[in-house]
Design a binder for this molecule. Sequence first.
Ligand code: ATP
Ligand code: MN
Length: 478
Amino acid sequence: MKSIKQILNSSEYNKQISVNGWVRTKRMSKNVAFITLNDGSTINNIQIVVDADKIDFAILDKIHTGAALKITGELIKSQGKNQNVEISASKIHIYGEANPDEYPLQPKKHSLEFLREIAHLRFRTNLFGAITRIRHAMIFAVHDYFNKNGFYNIHTPIITGSDAEGAGEMFRVTTLPPKDAPVTEDGNTDFSKDFFGKETNLTVSGQLEAELAALALSKVYTFGPTFRAENSNTSRHLAEFWMIEPEIAFADINDDMNLAEGLLKYCVKYALDNCNDDLQFLTKRLINEEKNKPQNERSELNLIEKLEFILKNNFERLTYTEAIDILKNSKQNKKKKFKFPINEWGADLQSEHERYLVEKHFKKPVILTDYPKEIKAFYMKQNDDGKTVRAMDILFPGIGEIVGGSQREENYDKLYSRIKELNIPEKDMWWYLETRKFGTVPHAGFGLGFERLMLFVTGMTNIRDVIPFPRTPKNSEF
Ligand code: ATP
Ligand code: MN
């Protein structure tokens, strides 16, 4: 059977066809009724014309928003101005009814908060249909980009035995009973009795393992779920999110920045080329939302224009030190408008600072490099100044950090001494260190948070709305 998307694009008039879908709206008059049907293949509905001469109108009493139907009928050129084709029904089969007194989704505007509470049904809204289709397109674009550029996809472990990745709080994985877990002589939980014979956690990143593969296959990437048990209830953090992590050998930080900029632009272009109907819908939705805002708070560019803007401009590249100067001397800082004022070199940048640089100062994406080593991970390549590392973060409008990456420290002695300085247990790191003993090469990589990319492409503002089933503190329903 053809999808609604296929039917809307076809012109096989006056032929009998069948179509499946869920009712979005029903309008009745005396002798004719109109049902709009959607099957998720496109944001557009197909209009079904129900004529009293062909169909017993009694069936219409059972058909309401949300019901699932199979319609058989003739495809005809539409007289209406909203669609090209419609189906004149000769037969209606009801798969499943939806009682209008109970079905929570009615053809009116529902708040995003309300839709989060009914995540089992929100796929059926225009908005979440559009987001879900775009999410699929972006997953495909990511794999397409790497495949076209000679990368190999590798699966890195989800359960990890090392807690040295240093990217945040982790979720423990255990089969020990929560009560009466075995204890060692000194009273701690005895993880040698646990499933893996040691403490294990859900991974916060696939990077360390991706590096191992890159040091043989040259260009690899992982695209998998990552988990962070940070108790931060922000609109940009999830406890479970998907991360794209390429790793390239024989490469430095400039190659890394070029790769990341290339990937982001490819994904945005892919969305513009392949998700036009959904992007048009999201763009109109945002324009409507902004009507409630005062004139000076409305954005200059609409969603599609913002996406096109990304393609046309190079990302601004500067060092952390240069960025601190800009921030320190900004009006915002002098007027004490930052929640975290910038006083000195070495401060970690908060999202308010990142957004100032991107949205107010440069008005385009920014790549910051060469951060103080104290605020970055142990594996980043140390610069000759002894103070900074070859990190690079990409900051996006409306989002802040979308990519975090670096050139990796490939020198055994330097890496080893950093691990010692930071008291990272060597027993967890022996395999990582060995790659620096045997055929080590300059290499680099980054992590792109997939849901942050989705925020940008859809113009949504809460990360809970760009993943089907968000995991956040106190929220694991569905
Ligand atoms: P942030 O400073 O925004 O908390 P981070 O510096 O902790 O991020 P990294 O460890 O560098 O993040 O992770 C790489 C990328 O993964 C980030 O640039 C971001 O796009 C994404 N990311 C990180 N944490 C989360 C999260 N909790 N939810 C969704 N995406 C995330
Ligand atoms: Mn980061």
